[in-house]
Design a protein around this ligand. Structure first.
Ligand code: GUN
Length: 280
């Protein structure tokens, strides 16, 4: 029987702390503003963007919404980003991904000023993370570190295996775990003997993007299992990349889906918005 790692509760704690911090900053005359850009009307993006705006309102961060039509040209979008870079009253800029196919996402990410890159996606932010210097950190992996720490799970010296090597989760996750003095292995679709490698983990982080992929054979008895996946099943319920029912009996602690990693991403976005004014 594994302990459940409660992302809903931990993210609520973080949001309360940030709310108090934002109120103190306001007393010092420091307002925080996040610009949120959405191009087109992808339904999932609309839900995510709505949740981000709600979290801003709750914490006391002003949000500016830019809802642009699908046909927006790359140059129009880049022009908006440049104008937001130049505005002193805007502290953070977030452009919701994915963008329509005719827009080069990489170009947009590179155009956002690293000083306002609250998603932590800019190459400068990624570079700073990899050399252990201060910069914005991608929200989902930063949230996972908070989940572990606030659940009393020590990372120092532990064998950590990350399944998935995306720029947004897998790679920054590896860097953050290394910063916490873990021994880190990053696995991917070409990894030989994935089950055996995964079974080495004291802490197994699964961001493979395939529903219920990780079953009990991938998990060492007593391991901590963090599930980054989120999929809608035929019955309408959500599930993760981990087959919860098979893994839960052998893990010592596990994140549920929903209510595990998901709520942490927005909490850490709010944290990055607060940091954007602390460093200004
Ligand atoms: N699309 C899915 N997740 C994210 C995220 O964390 N940030 C942005 N900008 N787009 C996303």
């Amino acid at each position: 029987m594994a302990a459940l790692i409660d992302g809903k509760k931990i993210s609520a704690e973080i949001k309360e702390e940030l709310k108090e911090q934002v109120a103190r900053l306001k007393e010092q005359g420091k307002e925080i503003t996040l610009a949120v850009i959405q191009v087109g009307q992808d339904p999932a993006s609309t839900v995510y963007v709505g949740n981000k705006k709600k979290a801003c309102a709750y914490i006391g961060i002003r949000s500016l919404a830019y809802e642009l039509p699908e046909e927006t040209t790359q140059e129009e979008l880049l022009e908006l980003v440049r104008s937001l870079n130049a505005r002193e009253d805007v502290n953070g800029i977030l452009c919701q991904l994915p963008l329509p196919g005719h827009i080069d996402e990489d170009k947009v990410i590179r155009t956002i000023s690293p000083k306002k890159d609250v998603d932590g996606f800019h190459p400068e932010s990624v570079g700073l993370l990899s050399i252990g210097q201060k910069g914005f950190v991608s929200c989902t992996p930063a949230g996972i570190i908070q989940l572990l720490k606030r659940s009393g799970i020590s990372i120092d010296g532990k064998e950590c295996v990350v399944i998935g090597r995306s720029n947004i989760v897998g790679k920054p996750m590896g860097m953050l775990l290394l910063r916490e003095n873990a021994t880190v292995t990053i696995c991917h679709s070409h990894t030989e003997n994935l089950k055996e490698v995964a079974r080495r983990a004291d802490i197994l982080i699964v961001a493979i993007g395939q529903r219920k992929y990780v079953t009990a054979e991938y998990v060492k008895e007593g391991a901590v299992v963090i599930d980054v996946g989120m999929h809608r099943q035929e019955n309408g319920k959500l599930c993760g990349d981990v087959d919860f029912d098979s893994v839960e009996p052998i893990a010592s602690a596990i994140t549920p889906v929903p209510g595990g990693v998901g709520p942490m991403t927005i909490a850490m976005l709010m944290n990055n918005c607060v940091e954007s004014v602390l460093d200004a």
